[in-house]
Design a protein around this ligand. Sequence first.
Ligand SMILES: NC(=O)CC[C@H](N)C(=O)O
Length: 396
Amino acid sequence: MKTKLIDDTRPEAALVLADGAVFIGRSVGVPGMTVGEVVFNTAMTGYQEILTDPSYTGQIVTLTYPHIGNVGVNQEDVESSDVHVAGLVIRSESPVVSNWRSQRSLGEYLKQNGIVAIAEVDTRRLTRILRTKGAQPGCIVAAACGKLTEAQIAEAAKAAAEAPRMVGQELASQVSTTYRYEWGEGTWRMDNGYGRPGSFQPEEYPYTVVAWDFGIKENILRLLADRGVHVVVVPAKTTFEEAMEVNPDGIFLSNGPGDPEPCDFAIEVAQKAIAARIPLFGICLGHQILGLACGGRTLKMKFGHHGANHPVVDLETKRVYITSQNHGFMVDADTLPENVKVTHRSLFDGSLQGFELTDAPVFCFQGHPEASPGPHDIQDLFNHFLDKIQEAKKSL
Ligand SMILES: NC(=O)CC[C@H](N)C(=O)O
C-alpha cells in the first residue's frame, strides 16, 4: 500500500513581501495574518530554540534548511517560555516525527502557540530576494480551510507594504521580564536533564551577576550557573543604582530584539558600569549597547547574520571559531574610541564581532557563544567572564 506523505488538504497560505513578491504555500500554523521583518536563518537544526529566541520578536523567520519538524518538539529545548517569532516560513514540514525526546509535532506546537506559518515555499528563491534586496517587511496570510481569496492576498500585500521597518524600534523592554528573579539551573545533561527543580541554593554559588534581560536566552543563564554564578535577572529598565543593591561581582547585558539605538536606559547602565569598573560581558544586543555606550554608532545591516555556521576570527590568536549568529544591526568599528580593542571579526563580511576595553574589565561578542542552537566553539567567552570576575575579586 502506498502512503500519502504530503497532506494536500492543508489550507492555503501566502507570504507577500513589501516589494510585492508573492509565494503561495500551505498553512502549518493557525489561520490568520501576521506581519514582520522577513529574515532567513541557515541553521540545519534547532528550530525550536530559534522559535523561542526572544531576539526574533517582530521577525518572520525563514529556515533555509528544507526539511523541518523531523525531531518534533519537547518542553526542554526552549530559550524562553514563549514562541517569539512573528511567523515561520519553511520549505517542507516532515510528515514523520521521530525522536525519543519528542512530545508533539512542530505543527501542533505552532497551533498551540498561535503562530501563523507557511510551508511549501521555495525558500531558495525567497532567500535570494532577501540577499539581493535586503531584509524587508512581509506578511503571511493563512486560510482556515481551502483556498485564499484574491482579496486576502491583496490585504496581505497592503499590510506588508505598510509594515514598520525595524530601524528605530525599541523592542527590548517589551519582551523583558517584568519582575526580578534568580536563576541557578545549569545546562542540560543526558543523565539528569536540567536537574531537579527546587534544588537551587543561591549560597552555594560563589559569584553573583546581575543580568539585564532585554530578551535573554536561557542557555546564557544556564552556562553562567554551570560556572558557579548566582544570576539575578532584572527587567530591562532597571537602573544601575537599583541593581547595585545586590552587590554584584559582574554585570551581564543580554541579547534582545529590535534596534539598539533607542535603548537609552540600557546605554546609561553600560556607561555607569564602565565608570565603576565592574566586570561586564555583553552578548549581541548587549554588545551593540556597549558599542553605543562607548560613543560608537550602530548600523542596520543588509540582511544580517542568522545561522549556526558563521566563521569568526579571534584577531589575537588567529584562531577561527564557527559560531551561532542572529543579528540585523552591527557596531561600526570605525566609530569606536581609542580605548576599544577589536578582538573578533566575521570572516563572511569582515564586520565587527567582538571588542574589549583597554581600561576596564569589559568585553562583548556580537554572535552567540551560548549557541542553542549551534556549535560550542566559542563558549570559552563565559570562562573569560569568570576570569575577569575572579581577578576583580582578588584585587579588592
Ligand atoms: N540576538 C540579538 O541580540 C539581536 C540584536 C539586535 N536586535 C539585532 O538585530 O541586531
